[in-house]
Design a protein around this ligand. Structure first.
Ligand SMILES: Cc1cc2nc3c(=O)[nH]c(=O)nc-3n(C[C@H](O)[C@H](O)[C@H](O)COP(=O)(O)O)c2cc1C
Length: 162
């Protein structure tokens, strides 16, 4: 089975996107993530997969907490910043409103639907993405919302190829 064979199936899906942000005491970073899901009900756990190629991954490797933001269908602009630019080249946090949360992790003003997760495990099976399993320790909600679906960013060139 090739990557293209699998893409033919998964390409038909239209997952909700999240924006993951991290800080390790020295650097900040964040990117759009399509590979994410709740993975336990009780205890609550949520998993995100970060590409090794991304600046975000390098910072996440040294971070105890990751923030997961749930952009709404009208948050295309901030998603384009975090999915189309790389912190290797630009300072995304100079271009948006944010404040530091637990462990300094950046909390994006534009995305009040979010949680801060403590990293409980990492699954690295030599794929191009690494799984971070998170225990939510702080959660905030801006009320009911319609998520930003992958199809809304179809034309966006990612800041990094995986
Ligand atoms: C629709 C879409 C889905 C993406 N899904 C993921 C993902 O699941 N995991 C990931 O690490 N990057 C994903 N990316 C790529 C990063 O968001 C993108 O390369 C970003 O510019 C990386 O920024 P950084 O280098 O500052 O971390 C996705 C990008 C887009 C546009």
């Amino acid at each position: 089975v090739t990557a293209d064979d699998l893409q033919q199936l998964t390409g038909a899906l239209d997952p909700a996107l999240v924006i993951v942000t991290v800080a390790d005491g020295e650097a900040r970073s964040g990117c759009v993530v399509g590979f994410s899901t709740q993975c336990s009900v009780d205890p609550p756990r949520y998993a995100v997969w970060l590409s090794r190629a991304n600046h975000t991954y390098g910072v996440a490797a040294g971070a105890a907490h990751l923030a997961v933001h749930f952009p709404t269908e009208s948050d295309r602009e901030i998603a384009a910043l975090f999915g189309g630019e790389t912190d290797d080249e630009v300072d995304k946090f100079a271009r948006c409103g944010w404040r530091p949360g637990e462990g300094g992790v950046p909390l994006l003003e534009a995305c009040p639907n979010r949680f801060v997760g403590r990293r409980v495990s990492t699954l690295d099976d030599d794929g191009d993405h690494v799984c971070f399993v998170l225990e939510p320790v702080e959660i905030s909600s801006g009320g009911p919302f319609r998520p930003l679906l992958h199809s809304r960013l179809d034309d966006l060139e990612p800041g990094h190829e995986p």
